[in-house]
Design a protein around this ligand. Structure first.
Ligand code: C2O
Ligand code: CU
Length: 566
């Protein structure tokens, strides 16, 4: 295999790079789905094994095929030696099934949520949401695509044969160290992976083809287009089909966002088409845009050295081959009828203001963060908003920083009312769960409705989907309150400590009021703390490596839990 690759490099004319066939994940469907998060290794570079993680495989996970209205039992098995969670991004599920930071799956445990799929046909995704560790786990590969189908979509003449004329494409930029390990918290993300494949090409049939694009990157925004400015048609946003296909030759895709696009390739068999990110055209403040040294983006350490910033770079290549049997040969005229919530039904307006932490100014703080929402960093013990069940609300997001932030809300899909006071472009007029909020006092207003899933116990999240920002606290949470809240279950949560082994800090999660005492291996008491919160954090940085014990005394329970400090 390795020989073959080298041979290709040898014989190809100069200027053509050896390429790898795009990996297409297997699919899982049915009423019972097992996802096993495990560590793996991948040879992204010949002779180097990169440590990764994935679901049921080494990197990324299978594509889940779900039908609206079906019920599904998920079995998420955590085979890692550290905690995780699993969030169904974009799906309308109850807070306790949502897999947010409060629903920790300790190492070695299985989490089995069951729910009914209530979502419209679209492309969703799954990924961990562990408080302060989302970037690390997603970077190493913990993510996968979810395709939901529904009767309305099925009635349309659209490509939907997975892997034949309908392809998932997870676009990620990654930073590799000199020994080809994936790095986090760096602006050195200069390698593009599509479905985990470097330098990918995909053979597509000469007919109408559907690509389900997901930006699974940590921070990078893409400005996608194709060779010769070939037009394409966006048919779906994050959470549903558009009213009609929207013809585009550029598509901005921010972290967490999805877009389904169609191409009409029926006359171009034999052609090679590049998918490029025209990042030189990105507006100022979007991660990946230009960085003249006096401008704030230049203040992100390493940003100016990253060869993808302010350049146009190849994302992947499409090679048009012979059509399949019964090909689809036309892009439909219209799709579905979206019914945005009427503004007249609004019962609450909320303002969310993004700032650098503690209102620090200067280009560094304005682009690097850490950032806050409404002057607060995420506190798992504080409920930021209590939302009455069935409320229709308008949320206004104001970005007083120098970088564009992709804002995501759980539980619901929303419709954008305006961006900087202007109606959203036609391809953003569908159902959304992520919106890129422009920098320098940019504003976005959206309207949504909080139907279903009142629950006092478990909150839903909203946050920036730049995973570095999210992990650093650019997140908040809300509870949907309603009649059902009184009968919320009161089963005691399981106490977990993570990460374990730990380095400088450890989080104890699942607490009820009580007393926590920390002992070293000799039984010496190091710290006692009265805990009132769900999470408590302990600093370990001053302590020697070794074994420590956390004694947790709650109402009628005492537990002794062991931690390794490295
Ligand atoms: Cu895709 Cu709250 O995460
Ligand atoms: Cu952000």
């Amino acid at each position: 295999m390795k020989k073959a690759v080298q041979f290709l490099i040898w014989v190809l004319p100069i200027g053509i790079i050896a390429q790898n066939a795009l990996f297409i994940p297997d699919t899982l469907s049915g009423n019972s789905i097992e996802l096993r998060l495990q560590s793996g290794q991948v040879e992204f570079y010949p002779e180097y094994l990169t440590k990764t993680m994935g679901y049921n495989q080494d990197y990324l996970g299978p594509t889940l095929m779900l039908n609206k209205g079906q019920s599904v039992n998920m079995h998420v098995i955590n085979d890692l030696s550290t905690s995780t969670t699993l969030h169904w991004h974009g799906m309308h599920v109850s807070a306790k099934n949502d897999g947010g930071p409060h629903t920790v799956i300790p190492a070695g445990n299985t989490w089995s949520p069951s729910f009914t799929v209530m979502d419209q046909a679209a492309t969703y995704w799954y990924h961990p949401h562990l408080h302060q560790h989302t970037e690390e786990q997603v970077t190493l590969g913990a993510a996968g695509v979810i395709i939901v189908r529904d009767p309305e979509e099925r009635k349309l003449i659209l490509p939907r044969t997975y892997g034949k004329d309908d392809f998932p494409i997870v676009i990620q930029s990654r930073a590799f160290s000199a020994d080809k390990q994936m790095m986090i918290q760096t602006a050195g993300d200069d390698v593009i992976l599509c479905n985990g494949t470097r330098d990918a090409y995909l053979q597509v049939p000469a007919q109408v083809v559907r690509l389900r694009l997901l930006n699974g990157s940590t921070e990078r925004v893409y400005n996608l287009g194709f060779s010769d400015d070939m037009p394409f048609y966006q048919i779906a946003t994050d959470g549903g089909l558009l009213n009609a296909p929207v013809s585009l030759n550029r598509l901005i895709l921010a972290p967490g966002e999805r877009a389904e696009i169609l191409f009409d390739l029926h006359n171009v068999e034999g052609k090679t088409i590049q998918m490029t990110s025209y990042s030189s055209e990105l507006s100022w403040g979007m991660y990946g845009s230009s960085h003249p040294s006096m401008m704030p983006m230049g203040s992100i350490p390493g940003y100016g050295q990253n060869g993808l910033n302010d350049r146009d770079f190849k994302v992947m290549q499409l090679t048009v081959v012979a059509p399949t049997e019964n090909p689809i040969l036309a892009v439909p005229e219209s799709l579905i009828t979206n019914k945005p919530y009427p503004i007249s039904e609004t019962s609450a307006y909320r303002n969310l203001i993004f700032t650098p932490e503690h209102d620090e100014m200067g280009p560094g703080a304005m682009t690097n963060g850490p950032f806050e929402i409404n002057d607060a960093e995420f506190d798992p013990n504080i409920i930021n908003f209590r939302i009455p069940l069935n409320n229709t609300e308008v949320w206004e997001l104001t970005n007083r920083t120098a970088i564009a932030h992709p804002f995501q809300i759980h539980d619901v899909q929303f419709y954008i009312l305006d961006i900087n006071g202007n109606p959203p472009p036609p391809n953003e007029q569908g159902r959304k769960d992520v919106v890129l909020v422009p920098p320098m006092s940019g504003t976005v207003r959206f309207i949504t409705r909080f139907a279903d899933f009142a629950n006092q116990e478990t909150p839903f999240m909203y946050h920036c989907h730049m995973l570095t920002h999210e992990d650093a606290g650019m997140m908040g949470q809300f509870i949907v309150e309603g009649q059902t809240s009184g009968i919320a279950t009161t089963t005691k949560p399981e106490i977990t400590l993570y990460p374990n082994p730990a380095y400088d800090q450890i989080t104890v999660s699942g607490l009820t009021p009580g007393i926590i005492s920390v002992y070293n291996a000799n039984g010496q008491l190091l710290e006692t703390r009265k805990s009132e919160k769900y999470f408590e954090k302990f600093q370990l940085s001053g302590l020697p490596a070794g074994m420590y014990f956390f004694k947790i005394q709650e109402k009628d329970d005492i537990q002794l839990l062991k931690v390794i400090k490295n």
